[in-house]
Structures are given as C-alpha cells and as structure tokens.
Ligand binder design. Structure first.
Ligand code: FES
Ligand SMILES: [Fe+2]
Length: 385
C-alpha cells in the first residue's frame, strides 16, 4: 500500500480505536443456509465463479526456469501452467488433442516437451503439436490446429491468474481497481513462494471464506493463539467491485502517535486482508504473506491451499527454521486447528435446520459483501438453456 494510503487507513483505524469501536455497516444482514448446502447453487458457482473470473493458480516464483510446470485441478478445469522456452508463462487445458488423455500427470516438474503416454503425441512448451507417430494415419490432423487448448493467463503482482475458459479475456489490474496499486506497493512480484500446503476440509468452501472476512472471532476463537497481537476494536473494511480489503489493528498501533508519521508502517500497526473475488484471501502478516485459495469439492468438502510468500528465499538453516516455525504457528495452529476446525464444526450440523439463515452482524459486513457479489455474478451469467 502506498504510504499516503497507509496513513489514511491507519488514521481511520485509530479513530475507531479511540472511540473503542469498530467499523459497522448501517444494517445487519443474513445469508441463506441453502447457499452452502444446495447442489444447484454449487453447480452455478462452479460454472461461473471458477470459470469466468481470474483465479490465482500459483506464484511466478514457483516456476523460475523454462520448462518448469505445475498442474492445477482444483477449479474443476484441468490445467497445466508452464514457462516456455522464451520465459513466458502459458496455461493450457491438460488434455491431449488425440483422444483426450490427461497429458501431464505430476503436480509439478520440469520438461523439454510434453509427450502423451498413450500414443506419444508430442507438444512443445508453447503448446504446439510437433510429433504424431505414424503421421500418415491422420491425414486430417494439422499441427497448427492441434495445439494444446490455451486459456488466458496473466502475471500480476507476482501471482499467476488464469481464467479457466478458452477464449475468455481477463484484465486483472482493471478488475482490482485501487487494490491493484496496493498489491504493487507490497512488492509481491519479488517475493518467494516458500511453502504450499493443501488440505480437503469437510466444509463448504464459503464457510472458510467467511472466517477470513471478519475479525469478530479473533478474541474468542484465537484467544490462546494470536489474539495477544491484536486489539479487539479498530477494524475497517472497504469494498471495490466484488473485492474487499479489511484492516485490523495490531497492539503496536497504540504506539503510533508517539512515532513520526513518515515512519508509520501499516504492516507493523495492522494486519491487512484482501478477499479477491471469487476465492482468494491474502493476509499481510508483519513480514510475510499468506495466500489462501478455496475451492469447492462438493457442497460439503473444500480444497484449501495455503501458500507462504516471503520476501526472499532463505539462505541459511537458521532462516529456514524461522520460517518453518512461523508457518507452523499460523497454518498448523491458527488456520487448521482454529479456523478450519470451526468451519467443519458448522458443516457438521448444517443440516439440522436450526435456522434458515445465518446472522451477519454489522461488524461482519464483508461477509454480506462477498455473498452479494456471488449473487450478482450468478445473475450476470445465467445458465445456458
Ligand atoms: S491420447 Fe494422447 S497420444 Fe493418443
Ligand atoms: Fe480466524
């Protein structure tokens, strides 16, 4: 975040801290429980949210060299993302153009070319088909028409954003609006993706998103882990389009007024969260960043991916030990044992029918904004007849 914007945000946070309150929307709201349980709703979300919007599938630092690739299936669309010989990142449907075998079977690696294991049709890193064994058997196949099917990919702020629909267009910077500038200023493009964990919690994916959209639970759920770093009051939020930024006060902010304003640093005084529609959460901890990606895996199961981004790759065992310990506290203790465990707890009783709607308080308003953005997106992309 640019420094002037940091000061603006911190002034707002301090205003609420002084007033011993937190930003409140004008009204409470409610989310229908069926949004989490309905198979029809899930089908719509999969068709629209995970196909029509740019999804972060990784960070450019995960593929440093030509030939490096990752595969990605969580969106429901099988993708292979590869750095080609010229150094450009490309995304393809991970499907052979002969008779449809999954082309790349490993999660990641390095290749000079992709050779299908069924009949050995071979594709260059730029997706072009260059070898068909017994070529004379396929008089109609032209290499030019039989390249791997490409989908839009943009690298923005170091992240790889893929829109998993062939022929779609994307403009990540425009879609992020003012948050694009925030991301640039955080210097994420030079960060290093140090660690990535994947789990499949037994919960609807949006129950986990909701947990990252409010700070109301920090004092109770995170009492024994991270509450000690935060103030109960002084959280603010700002939407832009379907995205939301929240800023939560850390205890250090109490010393801000005694420090010169030009030295104020938002990451020392607060934790900044972004929810980028539809499924990205970024948490700016004081010296590293959590990227959380949530995907549906049925109505009652999700795929959760947490990537740890650090300013530079560790050079010593001591540095590695530091990042391992830090990650363990946040991922193992806070996210898994607290946030994801609550999400599973909600899921485990969601069919009881205690309520038709969940209550969303005025301080939990980003949850309302997120669910409203989903409604709008689904309305904008009605099901084909
Ligand atoms: S399906 Fe890939 S070569 Fe036949
Ligand atoms: Fe939490």
């Amino acid at each position: 975040v640019r420094h002037e914007r940091q000061l603006e945000l911190l002034d707002r946070v301090l205003g609420y801290v002084d007033a011993k309150t937190t930003q409140l929307a004008a009204e409470e709201s409610r989310v229908p429980v069926s949004n989490y349980t309905s198979p029809e709703r899930l089908a719509q979300e999969s068709r629209v949210l995970f196909r029509r919007y740019p999804i972060i599938v990784g960070h450019a630092s995960e593929l440093p060299n030509p030939g490096d690739f990752i595969t990605h299936d969580a969106s429901g669309v099988p993708l292979v993302i590869v750095r080609d010989a010229q150094g450009e990142l490309r995304a393809f449907l991970n499907v052979c153009r002969h008779r449809g075998t999954r082309l790349v079977t490993e999660p990641s690696g390095r290749r000079k070319a992709f050779v299908c294991r069924y009949h050995a049709w071979s594709y260059r890193l730029d997706g072009s088909l260059f070898h068909v064994p017994t070529e004379e058997a396929f008089p109609s196949v032209k290499c030019e028409d039989s390249a791997l099917v490409r989908v839009p990919l943009e690298v923005y702020a170091g992240f790889i954003w893929v829109t998993p629909t062939p022929g779609a267009t994307s403009n990540v910077a425009a879609s992020l609006g003012p948050f694009a500038e925030d991301l640039e200023a955080f210097g994420l493009s030079t960060h290093h993706a140090y660690k990535k964990v994947v789990s499949t919690p037994k919960t609807n994916w949006k129950i986990v998103m909701d947990a990252f959209l409010e700070g109301y639970h920090v004092k109770s759920l995170h009492q024994a882990s991270i509450y000690r770093f935060f103030l109960e009051m002084g959280t603010i939020f700002d939407p832009f389009g379907p995205h939301v930024r929240s800023v939560g006060a850390r205890k250090e902010i109490l010393g801000a007024r005694a420090a010169p304003r030009e030295r104020w640093d938002i990451r020392e005084y607060a934790t900044v969260f972004y929810c980028f529609f539809p499924n990205t959460i970024l948490v700016f901890h004081p010296d590293w960043v959590s990227h959380i990606a949530m995907y549906p895996n049925g109505t009652d199961r999700a795929t959760y991916m947490h990537t740890m981004l650090i300013p530079k790759a560790p050079a010593t065992d001591e540095e590695r030990a530091h990042w391992e310990k830090t990650f363990h506290l946040i991922e193992g203790k806070v996210f898994q044992q607290e946030d994801l465990s609550i999400a599973e707890s909600i899921q485990s009783v969601i069919h009881a029918g205690a309520d038709t709607h969940f209550r969303v308080g005025r301080l939990e308003h980003p949850i309302h904004l997120f669910h409203s953005a989903i409604e709008r997106a689904l309305a904008e992309h009605p099901a084909p007849r």
